[in-house]
Write a protein that binds this ligand. Structure first.
Ligand SMILES: Nc1ncnc2c1ncn2[C@@H]1O[C@H](COP(=O)(O)OP(=O)(O)O)[C@@H](O)[C@H]1O
Ligand SMILES: [Mg+2]
Length: 207
């Protein structure tokens, strides 16, 4: 039997990492076997690609090159780690996946969803998530919750326009992929958001 593939999505600072660690505790406490991975990364080669993408010296990188590198790292992760486990009936979670490319490169960088879908054909054809947990909180609210104004205020504010576009992309994707997306209100406490995630996973028969 094929396993289940669940991804976490949302803007920076909305609590994905925090929720993943709460979910891992829950799964361990309940004796549920799972595999967690993250993007970009999750394999040796994918981590090396991640280093190229995140290297501050690579200012000459084009948006298209960046999008292709994400896609390359993703294929490696799918074929080496995700697909074998799904074929083995396992429960697989991933911190960010192809929807991040659609929101960041497709929407916010302006490459368009079609371009991103084409270069990610392998993922679309072989490894689409059964469920995408979209932690819904605007980048502004996430920023304010983190403590808001600090020394980096101006930088954060100029970056905000980009993050608002990413957020707009996610809201569109939640409409386009209604069946697959579960929109989780992430504005409450960590425990409240955790409870909502567990409820969705139970309702969909995943745990
Ligand atoms: N529900 C919450 N309420 C208050 N603070 C939160 C909540 N969820 C996360 N945080 C805090 O917000 C910051 C970003 O959370 P993090 O889990 O790293 O987000 P992400 O992985 O989505 O970028 C952290 O400092 C975290 O402790
Ligand atoms: Mg994180």
């Amino acid at each position: 039997m094929k396993g289940k593939f669940i991804t976490f999505e949302g803007c920076e600072g909305v609590g994905k990492s925090r929720q993943i660690s709460l979910l891992e505790d829950y799964l361990k406490d309940n004796g549920i076997k799972y595999y967690f991975t993250r993007e970009p990364g999750g394999t040796d080669i994918s981590e090396q690609i991640r280093a190229i993408i995140l290297d501050g010296k690579n200012t000459a990188m084009t948006d298209e090159c960046e999008a292709l590198l994400y896609a390359a790292a993703r294929v490696q992760l799918i074929k080496r780690e995700i697909e074998p486990r799904l074929n083995n009936g396992e429960l697989v979670f991933c911190d960010r996946f192809v929807d991040s490319s659609l929101a960041y490169q497709g929407k916010a960088r302006g490459l368009g969803y079609d371009f991103v879908k084409r270069i990610n054909a392998y993922a679309f054809e072989n490894a689409m998530p059964d469920l995408t947990l979209f932690l819904n909180l605007s980048p502004k609210d996430a920023f304010l919750r983190k403590g808001g104004a600090d020394g980096k205020d101006r930088l954060e504010v100029s970056g905000m326009e980009f993050h608002e576009k990413v957020y707009a992309g996610y809201l569109e994707l939640a409409e386009i992929y209604k069946e697959r997306f579960a929109v989780i209100d992430a504005s409450g406490s960590k425990a409240q958001t955790h409870g909502k995630i567990i409820a969705v996973l139970k309702a969909r028969g995943i745990i």
